[in-house]
Design a protein around this ligand. Structure first.
Ligand SMILES: [Zn+2]
Ligand SMILES: [Zn+2]
Length: 508
């Protein structure tokens, strides 16, 4: 598609009535992305639903160009350049990419010119110099609630019988306040604090104010886990669940639960974004995803960050008062977090090459097996699995290993849950999201750089999560302690201290 500009208005090539030179949209300047709003015009409600809060390509819209253009002429639709050039270097407006290595050129049959496109977000359809990004300009669609009067059975009502711990209660009211006032807030909750429940009151408040919310997370697993939980407590509203391959991409919903990746199709959509596990891969390292989240917020909106392990920069900002935050320093069951022990184990890699494990590590593992207590052993590299397994299988035939791309990952985690595996050797993949009730945990080679402060806090956070078994051993076997180890322990100790001071744990 090429355009001409007449009186600062875009005109698509097929709709030109006079002969005029046309250009790819990226080559044009001085045009209105949005024309003055015509209140007499009646927009197509289906298009409105489809496009509100989105940024889509022409190919993604099942509407004729004629219809789309009429909406532009009447001020209801925005045409933005997909690719812009700033000082000759390209920038993709969908994913924010400015790395020139991720742009390529090809001879494009649509504009009959050499077209530059973004490779970074190519899997969501090609954004090139001749493709506009289309968004809805007017007010968002009337949500289900607006058609109803404010009676006691509001469809956005929270249906939940549970109660919050005092720590959760404090965080819950801060979240609701931040959402109400369109502010940013970090919720720093220890592993196992129960952070989802803390969101309920704020979500209910926003929904009742007809605000649109999104819970975003880097991981599909989390989307799949959160969706049924939220549908259950907010049964009166539509909740859209978005991840690669989900069917609900075009559902307009007051509450959306999405991977950060899927937010690339949104534009100024949400009054509140709740971002879970800000520190988790790939969000923490991928600027595209961070751009997607920023781009999906309305100009005036609230942002709630959830994490158990903020990075050092964020911790500093909290300490120096530069970032609004609230902590939940204790678990729901009122027991302190197990504090890691550091145990020197010598040059374990050298021993391993001789098919041996350090005596104290072996001893620790044997004790677990003898007492029938399940354990996780974290190691820095998959390459070590084979040797370690060879040694450990002589102790017990059912010991297993699991890693991120392990084709049997799900089955093995399930077998661990069913207590069919006494000891699971793993990499940092199990640092998050996995809960086994009665567990001891060891790290072998805790000095490895892969074990960052946050990874170690998460690993320690696997222990003692259930109210039935609130205690457990967490041990870092190392060949030289690192700053990350020291900081991780410090973080845990200081959360326990804070919890004690606030009377959130029962000290025994
Ligand atoms: Zn892009
Ligand atoms: Zn083109």
């Amino acid at each position: 598609m090429k355009f001409a500009v007449i009186e600062e208005k875009l005109i698509p090539e097929p709709f030109l009535t006079v002969k005029q030179t046309t250009f790819p949209i990226s080559s044009l300047d001085h045009f209105y992305e949005q024309l003055p709003f015509n209140p007499q015009f009646t927009p197509n409600p289906a298009l409105k639903n489809y496009l509100t809060g989105k940024q889509l390509l022409l190919d993604e819209l099942p509407f004729s160009m004629e219809e789309l253009y009429t909406h532009y002429e009447n001020g209801f639709l925005i045409f933005r350049k997909g690719i812009v050039f700033e000082k000759k270097s390209a920038k993709c407006r969908r994913c924010g990419n400015t790395d020139q290595r991720y742009f390529a050129s090809f001879y494009c049959s649509r504009c009959r010119e050499v077209c530059t496109y973004c490779r970074k977000c190519l899997m969501m359809g090609r954004v090139s110099t001749c493709t506009p990004l289309l968004s809805w300009a007017a007010e968002p669609p009337l949500s289900q609630m607006e058609t109803l009067s404010d009676n006691e059975c509001h469809p956005a009502s929270l249906i939940w019988e549970g109660t919050l711990s005092p720590g959760q209660e404090t965080a819950s009211s801060r979240v609701a306040e931040a959402i109400g006032n369109n502010q940013d807030l970090l919720v720093w909750a220890v592993c196992g604090a129960g952070k989802t429940e803390v969101l309920f009151a704020g979500i209910e408040r926003a929904l009742k104010e007809n605000k649109r919310l999104c819970i975003a997370t880097p991981r599909t697993d989390v989307v799949l886990e959160l969706t049924p939980r939220l549908r259950k407590v907010f049964p009166g509203i539509t909740t859209a669940s978005l991840y690669g391959g989900s069917e609900e991409r075009h559902t307009y919903a007051p509450l959306t639960i999405s991977t950060t990746h899927q937010l690339l199709r949104f534009y100024k959509a949400f009054d509140t974004i709740i971002l879970d596990e800000v520190d988790a891969f790939p969000y923490s390292v991928d600027e595209t995803l961070q751009y997607a989240v920023r781009n999906a917020r309305k100009d005036s909106s609230a942002m709630i960050y959830l994490t158990a392990t903020p990075d050092r920069k964020w911790q500093r900002e909290c300490r120096t008062g530069k970032r609004a935050f609230v902590t939940i320093p204790a678990r729901y069951h009122r027991h302190p977090l197990p504090v890691p022990r550091f145990v020197w184990c010598g040059n374990w890699q050298k021993l391993l090459r001789k098919n041996q494990l350090p005596a104290n590590v072996l001893q620790w593992l044997k004790e677990r097996l003898a007492s029938d207590k399940q354990a996780l052993l974290f190691v820095p590299k998959i390459a070590l699995f084979e040797k370690i397994l060879l040694i450990l299988r002589s102790l017990h035939p059912d010991i297993e290993t699991v890693y991120a791309e392990d084709p049997e990952r799900k089955e093995k985690v399930q077998k661990m849950r069913d207590k069919k595996i006494p000891l699971l050797v793993t990499t940092t993949i199990l640092e998050r999201g996995v809960t086994f009730p009665n567990l001891d945990v060891a790290v072998l080679g805790a000095e490895d750089h892969i074990f960052t402060e946050s990874a170690l806090v998460q690993i320690a956070g696997r222990v003692g999560r259930s109210a039935q078994y609130p205690k457990g051993d967490i041990i870092f076997f190392h060949y030289g302690r690192t700053e990350a180890m020291v900081r991780a322990r410090k973080q845990i100790v200081s959360m326990n201290r804070e919890a004690e001071e606030e009377g959130l744990i029962d000290v025994d």
